[in-house]
Design a protein around this ligand. Structure first.
Ligand code: KIV
Ligand code: ZN
Length: 434
């Protein structure tokens, strides 16, 4: 029933496979307010979009796709509001999406008139399936659609007040022959003639993620090596997460030559979502590369995100979920407690604590409430740690096992997690005699 729905490029060099890490932060572009928003059950209101925009600016995003103004009145008004209220910081570029259709492009330019700087993002679908089933057009006709759109963008940009640059996406890239996708991108670039002063963005979307991450990297390597005007082109990626590999696509794609990542906070977006920028950025952070985005107050970012999108961040969401720094089991707790003690004793600047990929404090979490948590799986080390950290009670080595069993037994009977206070009360009932 199912056949593979991707194309290997004509030449595969696999240079990306020789690299083991991303050396510097890419250009990040948040598409929360467009791709993320269009996938919400209840899209954000104007005020909600304004608050979300401000949060993205505070995190440090310099490129933000704010909407598809020709497709929704709220998005049109949002774009106008940002411009008219002068809310776009000088170092931030806003981006709007448009299809390659004349009336849509014209409406888009009405929305961005007067923008201090805006990227107009043109897309059309290039896949075999869409060519045959949806548009019923040949390869040449689909390429022409992109070229016509690119020409109109150029013309209207010259005629409209404001400063504009361009982005092009061959939508449904995975279902497109890779050399044909490059051919279409190059035809668009021939129209735009990008220069060092006015670079163009070519954005490769894994619109529906159907290939394995290493296949995507191989495709990106081919695209990067075969795009015209390469020095004046920013090669961007737009991974979705249908196979659950959006983060890997972004990481391997960057190794393969991409310069920029479009994604969202917590991976919101169509179907299984867009790539989660937080995970890609914090993965870099975890091996010492500054991602140039500030996630030091993750609980705040999460609160704003959940309130405005009405989505919920999963308890296991990397770097942000409620439980991602928690250890309930005895052996993990013991190793963490020892690792923390080692770190303090050796006055280490580097992070080596077992079972914790990063220092939870770096994303606004605390050791007290987030890390060692007590239930029936816990061990004597964790229970002693809680008593020491919270109540300055040093349980003597010889008593630890017994205290551990006394506490665990309550959790077993109650089928509940025990708060530090509850642990203390059990200890008090059994071992403190007034
Ligand atoms: O996923 C996608 O292909 C898109 C394009 C419009 C870039 O969102
Ligand atoms: Zn998308």
């Amino acid at each position: 029933k199912y056949e593979r729905q991707y194309f290997m490029p004509p030449v595969c060099e696999y240079d990306w496979a020789k690299k083991d890490h991303i050396e510097k932060a890419p250009i990040w572009c948040s598409v929360d307010l467009r791709d993320g928003n269009q996938a919400l059950i209840e899209p954000m209101s104007l005020d909600e979009k304004l608050e979300f925009f401000q949060m993205l600016v505070d995190i440090g995003f310099k490129e933000i796709e704010v909407g598809f103004p020709a497709a929704s009145e709220t998005e049109f008004i949002f774009m106008r509001t940002l411009i008219e209220r002068d809310m776009i910081p000088d170092d931030v570029t806003v981006q709007v999406l448009t299809q390659a259709r004349e009336h849509i492009i014209k409406k888009t330019f009405e929305a961005v008139k007067g923008a201090p700087h805006a990227v107009i993002h043109l897309y059309n679908s290039t896949s075999v399936a869409q060519r045959e089933q949806v548009f019923k057009k040949s390869k040449e006709q689909i390429k022409q659609l992109a070229v016509d759109g690119a020409e109109l963008l150029k013309k209207l940009a010259d005629e409209t007040e404001g400063d504009f640059s361009f982005e092009y996406s061959p939508e449904s890239f995975h279902g497109t022959e890779v050399d044909y996708a490059v051919e279409v991108c190059n035809a668009v670039l021939d129209v735009w003639q990008p220069s060092a002063q006015n670079k163009a963005i070519i954005n490769i979307p894994a619109t529906v993620e159907t290939a394995m991450p290493h296949v995507f990297a191989t495709q990106i390597e081919y695209v990067s090596k075969n795009l015209k005007y390469r020095d004046n082109v920013v090669l961007s990626l737009h991974p979705h997460n249908d196979r659950g590999c959006g983060v890997s696509d972004a990481e391997l794609g960057l190794l393969a030559g991409a310069d920029r990542i479009e994604g969202t906070l917590f991976g919101n977006g169509e179907r299984t979502g867009n790539v989660d920028i937080i995970t890609v950025a914090m993965n870099m952070y975890s091996y010492g590369i500054d991602p140039q985005l500030d996630f030091s107050n993750m609980p705040h970012i999460r609160e704003v995100y959940e309130r405005l999108t009405r989505m919920q961040v999963n308890d296991r969401q990397p770097y942000a979920g409620n439980l991602v720094f928690s250890a309930f089991s005895g052996s993990h707790q013991d190793a963490i407690a020892k690792g923390m003690a080692w770190r303090e004793e050796k006055k280490l600047n580097t992070w080596t604590v077992p079972y914790l990929p990063i220092d939870p404090v770096d994303v606004g979490r605390t050791y007290d409430s987030d890390v060692i948590r007590i239930n029936s799986q816990s061990g004597k080390g964790g229970i002693s740690y809680i008593l020491k950290q919270n109540f300055s009670i040093s349980v003597p080595e010889k008593m630890r096992e017994e205290v551990g069993y006394a506490v665990k037994q309550v959790s077993d009977e109650e089928h509940k997690e025990l708060s530090p206070q509850w642990v203390y009360e059990i200890f008090e009932d059994n071992y403190i005699h007034y």
